[in-house]
Ligand binder design. Structure first.
Ligand code: FE2
Length: 286
């Protein structure tokens, strides 16, 4: 069955959110939803997520899943807010406990913070099959950008998370804790072994000024044209390029707030005695 994919672009964090379904009145999944966050004021807004709610309601869709490809470092997740509005179960890859453990230490989180992934409704194993109504879906483990990254295949559409970007932008960075350029190379080769016509939907685009952001590419296009990892690029060459490039990248603007919220599936930290939630800034720790 052909999946219908509705993209939503957040120009603040360059993130693509998706709703995937089989037509009006059917079941759907939401992939990588964005919670708007202003780092200057510490205020959240739900303008981006509301667009998803409006679409789901206009199409009379029933939300079965809210899928995270990984614990994002560039935007906060709206998964919890959307679950409250629309229902559904929040899923992420089953290696997320490792990521939670690393960042529990970095942020010196409260002792009660569980590092077993229990903040999420479901932890997906590699190759796990699941259903979105009549749409058949499966999970592809694609570590490298983070050790817990997964992609979601729904029919002929694959939501690749932070692995591949559009061909002229290349690939995701691999310098976060637990990241590995060598591992990302192998994950991308796994994606590019899918049939050439497979539609790939990226989590981000950082377009040059002469084109609009795009969300969809294909296995064949990536094999032929991805500037970092097209067919013929060896693992050693990719790792050398990626390592050099990552050494010159700044941290994402929202990495500190984003990680603290996203390893909690989109929950804010527990409020303090005055009822306010606080995010931490570790000094010289990241
Ligand atoms: Fe990411």
């Amino acid at each position: 069955m052909q999946a219908t994919v509705q993209p939503f672009f957040d120009p603040v964090t360059w993130t693509w959110t998706y709703v995937v379904h089989a037509g009006s009145g059917t079941a759907c999944a939401i992939v990588d939803p964005v919670l708007d966050y202003d780092p200057k004021s510490g205020r959240t807004r739900t303008d981006s997520a509301q667009q998803v709610v409006d679409y789901v309601r206009a199409q009379s869709l029933s939300v079965k899943w809210i899928l995270e490809t990984h614990a994002h470092a560039d935007h906060l997740s709206a998964a919890i807010w959307l679950r409250d509005q629309l229902g559904g179960r929040i899923g992420i890859g089953n290696r997320i406990p490792g990521v939670q453990g690393v960042f529990k230490q970095i942020f010196h989180l409260e002792p009660e913070f569980a590092t077993d992934g229990s903040q999420f409704d479901h932890l997906f194993a590699d190759d796990e099959a699941f259903a979105i109504g009549d749409l058949q879906a499966r999970v592809l483990s694609v570590p490298g950008h983070t050790p817990a990254c997964v992609a979601y295949q729904v029919g002929d559409a694959v939501f690749v998370g932070d692995t591949l970007f559009p061909p002229d932008v290349g690939t995701a960075r691999c310098d976060f804790p637990g990241g590995s350029a060598q591992t990302l190379y192998r994950s991308v080769r796994k994606l590019l072994a899918l049939p050439g016509a497979t539609r790939l939907f990226v989590c981000h685009d950082y377009p040059p000024t002469d084109r609009a952001p795009r969300c969809e590419t294909s296995v064949a296009e990536q094999r032929a044209h991805n500037i970092h990892i097209h067919e013929g690029i060896t693992e050693d060459a990719f790792v050398a390029m990626r390592t050099k490039r990552d050494a010159g990248l700044q941290m994402p603007t929202l990495i500190l707030p984003a990680i603290q919220v996203n390893i909690r599936a989109g929950h804010m930290p527990p409020p303090e005695a005055n009822g306010v939630s606080y995010l931490k800034i570790p000094i010289n720790a990241l």
